[in-house]
Design a protein around this ligand. Sequence first.
Ligand SMILES: [Zn+2]
Length: 419
Amino acid sequence: MKQCVTREFRAKLTDEQKILCWKTFGNKRFTWNHLLDQYIQYGKANNWEVKYNNYASLLAANPFLKESDSTALNNVAEELYKACKLLFPQGRTPNFKQKGKDRRSYTSNCINNNIRFEEGVGGLNYLIMPKLKRVRIIKHRDIPADGKIKRATIKETAGGNFYIAVVFEIETEEPNYKDAPTGFMEALDYSMPKLFVSYFGTFDVTPEDLRWYYDIEEKLAKEQRKLNRMKPGSKNYYEQLHVIGKLHEHAANRRKDFLHKLSRKMADYYDVIVVETLDLQEMGKRGVREDGKFYCYGKRISDNAFGMFCRFLAYKLRDQNNKLRDQNKYLVKTPKTFASTQLCSNCGYKNAAAKDVSVRKWTCPICGEHHDRDKNSCNNLLKEGRNIINRWTSGDSSFELTPDGVLSEKKPHSKIKRR
Ligand SMILES: [Zn+2]
């Protein structure tokens, strides 16, 4: 079975390399915008038919594009083609990219070994990249032994640091799904501002764990106020933007570090972890208020954080990134329709009144059981998780193990509306 794994390295670019990167970011945007314009012109004239546009058609009139890696621009053309294919039938068009607002990254494909690792004198490590040539990297992790490099994405963060994510293709053994995992289970329910509430509570997040985030928020607010007093477009203004970008990056790194450490502990401890499938819109609503209090930063802490945490958990439970052995541990996602907070974990009665987040405690009108909102919902998740695993291992094809290592309900194929 072929599988892809990614390794990300910090890159130390020379000034010339940086300039080349910036040019490529610009050329990427140029390619996207010009090709998109062609798609729209052609679409208007031909009943929104999508005909593949090669970026090579731009080369003759714009020779500066040759300075950038051709596969990077080709990838943009591919991406745009896919976007048009998807959106034109829906009566929509992809957006034009704006300078300063688009993603500062590009992806080069590996062709004929043109992306490879190289060791220099004094134990320095390099990655050979098309056009950039030798890029110094900090190789703090091992690379997969028999991994074949497929592509590499170089990106610049808001704080001005460069990273290269290298994707390797490796051969893995087909996992053995026959044995039902019987080990230790835990259920997590998304919650504010502590990320989640759990059934056993062994690894629950404390406010002290999140202190650092509030500290950074305070600093950010201060620097933001400074920015507001500056003249937009002035030199100071841009310097201040950089300061703010650095702080944001620092916050993001700390959050990632925190989530990685927590998910590692939990993946080592538990065999199965059950979470609910989140409705992002619903999340936004719940994120702002809980316990009748208003958390202004709470939403930001868990903005994507719970989703990211689940991703970390899933691959750590499967242990795909490290030893590539099937350790028979799973992250189970309950179906979207499963109302974990409304069901009575004792008798299964559905109490619609418990949907409102202000209802912290309730009593089941049927069996008379007293419920704490969080514990009850975790209990339901645990039961449903066990149910899903049993159905899956006994051959129920409505569940699948995704490549990300999540055991969940099969998604129906999305139907695209015709224009
Ligand atoms: Zn009941």
